[in-house]
Design a protein around this ligand. Structure first.
Ligand code: F6R
Length: 239
């Protein structure tokens, strides 16, 4: 547990930066979108701007994408990743991949994404958030714990949570293309960041509950290298 959301971001950024420096060119980073990792990316951007970190030889993969948002839609994760990761971290756009949620054939897009991940040799570090219902990526309660990248359906609670990024709930897509829990479990180091009281229940279920499809994040209990970084509110239901 850390002092606050800023401290969570600073700590996560330092872990990412250390891994990037030790691995060098060829470092492969997994990036979540949403609010939780924003301070992490801001701290990384500062390190890049100060010349303390160079990610120009690194690759990045996003966790997920909404289905049906046209290229350039400001809330598509392709755009969010461009604005919050690729540009501020001065990564090469051609080295940053987001699942194609606007593809005519989503099944093929999912397979292509998995193939690219494998081609990159897997992810060195995945920055992950968790939803209020325990989802990681967009793997909602009930999805198999071993699935690979697939088309998923957003829970209504997730659509409501994410309506803040759109003009209204109606505009939030119902479907997504997301890395599966099986995909995420293959990443070498998972750094999960969470802050705020709204995450306290999901965090407690993930860390201290049974491993269950009711809390997709709980699958991480079986992962050999996970770091969970929390502010006091998100940690408040841990015993
Ligand atoms: C985002 C993602 C989601 C979010 C989660 C938490 O790429 O896969 O699992 O990490 O919904 O979102 P925030 O951080 O906005 O509370």
């Amino acid at each position: 547990m850390l002092r606050d959301r800023e401290a969570v971001g600073a700590f996560a950024a330092e872990m990412v930066a250390e891994a990037a420096r030790s691995i060098g060119t060829g470092f492969v980073l997994g990036v979540a979108t949403g609010s939780s990792p924003v301070p992490t990316y801001e701290h990384l951007a500062r390190a890049v701007a100060n010349g303390e970190l160079d990610l120009s030889g690194a690759r990045a993969f996003a966790l997920d994408e909404y289905v049906g948002l046209p290229p350039g839609h400001p809330q598509s994760y392709a755009e969010v990743v461009r604005r919050t990761v690729t540009e501020p971290l001065r990564m090469r756009p051609e080295r940053v991949l987001v699942p194609n949620g606007f593809a005519d054939d989503l099944e093929t897009a999912a397979r292509d994404f998995e193939r690219s991940l494998a081609g990159a040799g897997g992810l060195d570090v995945q920055v992950l958030g968790i939803g209020t219902d325990g989802h990681v990526g967009f793997n909602e309660p009930g999805v198999p714990l071993t699935e690979r990248t697939h088309v998923g359906t957003l829970a209504e609670s997730t659509r409501r949570d994410n309506a803040r990024f759109f003009g209204s709930l109606d505009q939030v897509p119902h479907q997504c293309l997301t890395q599966g829990l099986g995909t995420i479990m293959g990443h070498r180091h998972v750094i999960l960041v969470a802050d705020g009281q709204a995450k306290a229940r999901a965090v407690a279920d993930m860390v201290e509950g049974d491993v269950s499809i009711d809390c997709p994040g709980s699958v991480l209990q079986g992962h050999p290298h996970v770091t969970v970084l929390l502010d006091p509110a998100a940690a408040s239901r841990l015993t």
